[in-house]
Design a protein around this ligand. Sequence first.
Ligand code: HEC
Length: 149
Amino acid sequence: MPSRFLIIAAVMAVAAFSVSNTSAQAPKLDYEFFKSRVQPIFLAKRPDHARCYVCHVESNNAFHLERLSTDALGWTEEQSRRNFETVSKLVNPGDPDTSRLLLHPLAPEGGGDVFHSGGRQFQSKRDASWRTLAAWVKGATLGSPEKEK
Ligand code: HEC
């Protein structure tokens, strides 16, 4: 019994340490901001471009979104949580410029990756949606001042 307690205490100490350690360097990704500002970008129709959702719903690459139920306008709370988990792994909190989610769909001339099968979704980092993604990666919350316009 006492040894099990010690292990639990040790695990908690390590967890507490790593939480405080990462939060000192990188901002925390905000779920509410993701849900109401980032997710709509994946569903939005942009002129001349297919929606991220069309190609990335249940796709077999690392960016796979939950399937919307028929005639639902958005994801359920549970699905949004899963999307949040998936998408969080594609970004480096605090650093949009090294985040795959932001570089992959960005045109190479705009500083993005050379190739994305889904095309150049964003021409440059001035794109409003791109800036919203970047704001989320930098830890924006719904309450934080509007920076991305
Ligand atoms: C026409 C289909 C299509 C559209 C639209 C599309 N993508 Fe993709 N995307 C792909 C395919 C196919 C891949 C995997 C091959 C590759 O890396 O190009 C991919 C890969 C990615 C990856 C890398 C995933 C990994 O495994 O590391 C990211 C991030 C990404 N897309 C983001 C986006 C975003 C954000 C949008 C919308 C703004 C978008 N894509 C729109 C087809 C698409």
